[in-house]
Design a protein around this ligand. Structure first.
Ligand code: OXT
Ligand code: ADP
Ligand code: MG
Length: 568
């Protein structure tokens, strides 16, 4: 180049930021450090929201649920080896749950890592990430940043969504190239998640099977909620007249109070149904793999709608597989049904309604008790009314008893308002998911947390206060995991499942300037939550629950292996 002619330059830092912005990614969930601290600063300066957490796992859970809520990949940014590994659990979780997410991690010198010469935070991150996510890529040259991000975005959201790992070695960020060539190297991903239209034959086969059923059932899973085809799904369910059972995170896709909702008659519909249409729900452990005692004696026929062809016949035979995206499939159903659809026999729908009414009536008085210390039902009765009053609020929920009982008690009214532990039943999603939900939707968040569950991400209450988010955390404090009453007969150590008795989690929130409340009765709880929902101020309520109230593993105690030798 001739001396004196100044060429406009760009570098790896700026190309990463430009690639994100070009593709409409406006938020990064991160923990700063070498080599990505400046990337975070520059991204913030360029107008991207950079949310800094206290631990990468929580940033990762935030990114995953942001992906679920928005259908755009949530981005988590971490440092090398330990930061990467901290984020990796969340990436695996996103993949397991079909949430689109990209984990972007800085990494050490390739040459030194490959020769294993002991670099700062040395680790072959790409190799480690690969088996735990949907796709993993490394970018070595600044001119490939554009294509690297395009691949990552498309891999995360197309087909069955999932987690993608993107490895960015430290050296990449400082690499310089001409700004013009840099701009040209960027890729705007066109139609990142193309519609996948089902074959007309598969649609007809599915409707024929459904129509022929005397006792049909629709099961809605979180794939159906993710699809954002809310109107189409509602129209289809209502037009069909078929009872529906929402999986945990599909609650609210249609209101739990909808006359066709069979959520409160779960055992009955699983046992007695004859044809089951799965929409965005897998026949995994949560549905007892589609067989065995919970499915009863009556022979079943399964129809399944899913974007992933390999999901079909994964556990039992699927007589009518429909492969496509849920929006396209359900609108094809709606069109093909025409006007002449007859509702299922009243005998079936009435049997379900009466079972449902029976269960609801059985539960109602438990929800009204004003015991102190509280039991689960007394406290949940209050929270049920809060969500009824604020149906736009997002409910985040984890724990064992705290999870299982809240799922049953708290009715949901709108789609994608219930966010919980997902397919793995993982503790630790709480604060990350609450923070992302507040940021991505602008709605208030109510996080209902077991005291153990909360502990996995509790330090993020500082993050909640720092960003002044409208999050109300209610901790069901029963002094331990499942219960606070276990005793160790062998030595002076506490039993493995119990915590410090009478702990005051509310003080943690006060330490960072938020509002802390200790609530010992349903009345106190009600006052505190209502105040939090009204004020929108970061709030943590320590709800004192009877330590004897819970049961081992909540409703899944049957999954614990038993020892015949164990001395009781
Ligand atoms: O029809 P029937 O008669 O059967 O009745 C059903 C419904 O019809 C009825 N129902 C209703 N009745 C009336 N009204 C209404 N509105 C209504 N709605 C429903 O109620 C019953 C039950 O309905 P449900 O819930 O739908 O059905 P069911 O049979 O339970 O469904 C089966 C499942 C499997 C689908 C369901 O149970 C489910 O989704 N379960 C998920 C369970 C789960 O994921 N649990 C979390 C993991 S447990 C555990 O391993 C824990 N750990 C270990 C650990 C984990 N997980 N992660 C990590 C990273 N490390 C370690 C730990 C540490 S839990 C845990 C901490 C626990 O302690 P905490 O302090 O946090 O919590 P507490 O227990 O509170 O102390
Ligand atoms: P749940 O836990 O609620 O039962 P799962 O996570 O088991 O739900 O199942 C979700 C399913 O939805 C997955 O099999 C996934 O492939 C599918 N899925 C996700 N998004 C879509 C979509 N847009 N169209 C079709 N299927 C989808
Ligand atoms: Mg507990």
């Amino acid at each position: 180049e001739a001396p004196g002619t100044e060429q406009e330059l760009t570098d790896g830092f700026h190309l990463v930021i430009d690639a994100l912005k070009l593709n409409g990614i406006n938020t990064i969930y991160n923990v700063p450090g070498i080599p990505i601290t400046d990337l975070g600063r520059m991204a913030q300066a360029a107008g991207i929201r950079v949310i800094s957490f206290r631990h990468e796992q929580n940033a990762g859970y935030a990114a995953g649920i942001a992906g679920y809520l928005t259908k755009k990949p949530g981005v988590c940014l971490t440092v090398s080896a330990p930061g990467f590994l901290n984020g990796l659990t969340a990436l695996a979780h996103a993949t397991t749950n079909c949430y689109p997410m990209i984990l972007v991690s800085g990494s050490s010198e390739r040459e030194i890592v490959d020769l294993q010469q002991g670099d700062y935070e040395e680790m072959d991150q790409l190799a480690i990430a690969k088996p735990l996510c949907k796709a993993a890529y490394r970018v070595l040259h600044a001119q490939d940043i554009g294509i690297g991000f395009a691949r990552a975005i498309r891999a995360a959201v197309s087909g069955r969504p999932g987690g993608v790992y993107l490895d960015l070695p430290a050296k990449l960020f400082g690499q310089v190239m001409s700004a013009d060539a840099g701009r040209k190297s960027l890729v705007k991903v066109i139609d990142a998640a193309p519609a996948q239209i089902p074959s007309p034959a598969s649609v007809k086969r599915a409707l024929d099977v459904l129509k022929s059923a005397k006792r049909p059932l629709i099961i809605l899973g979180k794939g159906a909620a993710y699809a954002q085809a809310d109107e189409e799904i509602k129209n289809f369910v209502e037009k069909s007249g078929v009872p529906f059972l929402p999986m945990s995170m599909a609650k609210g896709l249609l209101p739990d109070t909808h006359p066709q909702c069979a959520g409160a008659a779960r055992s009955t519909v699983l046992k007695e149904s004859e044809v089951v249409l799965l929409i965005g729900a897998r026949l995994n452990w949560l549905l007892s793999h589609g067989k065995g005692k919970s499915w009863g004696e009556a022979p079943k026929k399964f129809i399944q709608v899913d974007i992933e062809p390999r999901e079909m016949d994964s556990n039992v035979e699927i007589v009518a597989p429909v492969v496509g995206d849920i929006g396209s499939v359900v609108s094809a159903f709606n069109q093909a049904m025409g006007a002449g659809w007859t509702a299922p026999p009243a005998e079936w729908t009435k049997a379900i309604s009466s079972k449902r009414e029976e269960n609801v009536a059985k539960m109602a008085p438990k929800l009204m008790n004003n015991k102190s210390p509280m039991d689960y039902h007394g406290a949940l009765g209050v929270l049920k009314n809060v969500i009824k009053e604020y149906p736009e609020a997002i409910l985040v929920n984890e724990g064992a008893n705290t999870l299982d009982l809240a799922r049953g008690v708290i009715d949901m009214y709108r789609p994608r308002k219930r966010l919980d532990v997902g397919t793995w039943g993982v503790m630790g999603i709480g604060m990350g998911q609450a923070i992302a939900a507040a940021l991505e939707t602008g709605h208030p968040v109510l996080a209902v947390e077991g005291d153990s569950a909360f502990g996995f991400s509790g330090m993020e209450v500082e993050t909640i206060c720092r960003y002044n988010l409208p999050i109300c955390v209610v901790i069901f404090n029963n002094d331990g995991i499942y219960r606070g009453t276990d005793v160790n007969g062998a030595n002076a150590d506490p039993a493995t499942t119990v915590f410090v008795k009478g702990a005051r989690y509310d003080k943690m929130m006060e330490a960072f300037g938020g509002i802390g409340v200790n609530a010992t009765s349903p009345d106190e709880l009600k006052r505190a939550v209502n105040e939090a929902m009204k004020s929108g101020k970061p709030t943590l309520i320590n709800a004192v629950i009877d330590p004897a109230a819970g049961s081992e593993s909540g409703r899944i105690g049957n999954l614990n292996p038993q020892s015949v030798l164990q001395k009781k």
